[in-house]
Design a protein around this ligand. Structure first.
Ligand code: BLA
Length: 509
């Protein structure tokens, strides 16, 4: 009997039990300050063996200089935010000491400072100011993405920096790139959602920075003090957290020896990542990581601003059509006439090619729409499958609607559907249709081979060669302002219907 290998999104990346070797880690009990855990390399980094640290109060170990010790013990860091305490010198060099809270423990991380990377955030300040000003001046999102990639590559000295944006299904597209000739271009390539599985995306939404300085690293185990078993150590906020072995293999297959990525979080959602690669192992010092995090946040704000202003412009564009349509509906004897007798406005309201109004079993269509039987079948399916929703939309009816093949009007003619339910009781709907837009997308490697299983283990794909796919049976996507416009029309119709009903009641009184 064979057992299925665990899925990508099941890998417990927050509790790997190991760290990366560019530093060492201790944890102390938040109350007693007893050293509960130490990474196995503590001894080789400091000259004090992990075994001599475990089980002793931190101040009795003599490991850290008094100033750092005092700072650590005097300040309880906030959850999710690590605190920088200062620099400690050990036999192997200087280390930056930071700490954060994880459960009942305080995690103290000592990260090796590469003497080649001297600097500080205040020395970077003039460059940061110039960078932020230039990001704020980028006229289009494309220019913003390109500029961000350029700045991050300049700050980190990596061979390639990418801006990677997720779509609604969490596939990603490279929308900005800056590079030298050592690594190939991935610009405009798409990558499947499984490349960055759900638990990784959730972690990256919470913790915006991660560094894999050398993909060929040997993970260092974390040792527990003797005595009753400790719970697994959550390293979600640790800079030294050891990363998924599948991902390290992915990096090797991609030809990237080091990787640094920063999350772009827009309105609480992981919008994308800035992902930088180097063909050789390479580190990114703490102050440069912090600078990149600032930039990613500025970029997120700029994305929000661009989206808001383009939505506002789209709404303004639609306002005149909407006003005319509302006036027509109010003027005509019946609101349905207000729509179907003004097909141009009715369709352009949401950029559709066809539409139908279904009211008490009567069906009126305009433009490129299925025939009456087709509309009736669609409405029956909508009421059954999505009857609880006022508004339903899809850009691929072929994917969503099982009866698609029988729908007269042809698959291409009605690839997208936007439906507004006016009354549940009477199965009344306004429907808009959009035709198919055939697109070509280029993937970074064949997405059907995104993962393979061998010897009971998951492996990422071997090749990232561009792979072309023709996307069929999809319309242009419905935008948020278009969905809002449809909702407004729904309210207007309900208002008109109610007013007419009241007038009728007054007459019969
Ligand atoms: C993590 N995958 C990641 C990360 C990136 C990517 C950026 C974050 C870590 C880092 O900064 O390197 C993927 N990198 C990309 C993509 C591009 C890029 C798409 O530059 C495009 C240009 N990965 C797989 C498969 C699995 C998988 C099959 O291909 C399933 C087991 C898993 N990827 C995976 C996991 C992580 C990850 C588990 C989390 C790593 C961690 O933080 O521990």
């Amino acid at each position: 009997m064979t057992t299925d290998p665990p899925a990508c999104d099941q890998e417990p990346i927050r509790v790997p039990g190991h760290i990366q070797p560019q530093g060492f880690l201790l944890t102390i009990d938040r109350k007693s300050t007893e050293v509960l855990r130490a990474s196995a390399n503590a001894g080789s980094c400091t000259g004090v063996d992990a075994g001599d640290l475990l089980g002793r109060p931190l101040d009795a170990t003599g490991l850290l200089p008094a100033v750092l010790l005092t700072d650590i013990l005097a300040h309880e860091p906030q959850p999710r935010l690590s605190r920088t305490h200062g620099i400690a010198a050990f036999t192997t060099g200087h280390y930056l000491v930071t700490s954060h809270v994880s459960g009942d423990e305080r995690v103290i991380e000592c990260e090796f400072i590469d003497p080649a990377f001297k600097g500080s955030l205040d020395l970077l300040y003039p460059d940061m100011r110039a960078a932020i000003e230039s990001l704020q001046q980028d006229p289009t999102p494309a220019a913003l993405f390109q500029n961000t990639a350029r700045i991050v590559r300049e700050l980190t000295g990596f061979d390639r920096a990418l801006v990677y944006a997720f779509d609604a299904q969490y596939n990603g597209v490279v929308v900005g790139e800056d590079r030298n000739d050592r690594l190939p271009s991935y610009f405009d390539l798409r990558f499947p959602a499984s490349d960055i599985p759900a638990q990784a995306r959730e972690l990256y939404r919470l913790n915006r920075l991660r560094l894999i300085a050398d993909a060929a690293y040997a993970p260092v185990p974390i040792l527990d003090r003797e005595g009753p078993g400790l719970p697994p150590l959550d390293l979600s906020y640790a800079v030294l957290r050891s990363v998924s072995p599948v991902h390290v293999e992915y990096m090797r297959n991609m030809g990237t020896a080091s990787s640094f990525s920063v999350s772009i979080v827009v309105e609480g959602r992981l919008w994308g990542l800035i992902s930088a690669h180097h063909a050789q192992p390479r580190s990114v010092p703490h102050h440069v990581r912090a600078a990149c995090d600032f930039l990613a946040q500025i970029m997120a704000m700029q994305i929000e601003a661009h989206t808001r202003s383009s939505h506002a412009a789209e709404r303004v564009e639609r306002q005149a059509v909407q006003a005319r349509l509302l006036a027509s509906m109010a003027r005509e004897e019946h609101f349905v006439q207000g729509l179907v007798r003004h097909p141009e406005d009715f369709l352009s309201l949401v950029d559709a090619h066809g539409a139908a109004v279904v009211l008490n079993d009567a069906c009126h269509t305009v433009g490129a729409a299925p025939d009456e039987a087709g509309v009736a079948a669609l409405v029956a399916w909508l009421a059954e499958a999505h009857g609880d929703r006022d508004i339903y939309s899809t850009d691929s009816l072929a994917e969503a609607y099982p009866g698609m093949a029988e729908l007269a009007g042809g698959e291409g003619a009605v690839a997208g559907l936007l439906a507004v339910q006016i009354s549940q009781v009477h199965r009344s709907y306004v429907l808009w249709f959009r035709p198919e837009v055939v697109r070509t997308v280029r993937w970074g490697g064949d997405p059907r081979q995104a993962k393979t299983v061998s010897a009971g283990r998951l492996h990422p794909r071997l090749s990232f060669e561009s792979w072309q796919e023709t996307v069929r049976h999809r319309s242009a996507p419905w935008t948020e302002p278009q969905l809002d416009t449809a909702a407004l029309l729904r309210n207007a119709i309900i208002g008109i219907v109610m007013r007419k009903a009241e007038e009728l009641a007054d007459l019969t009184d």
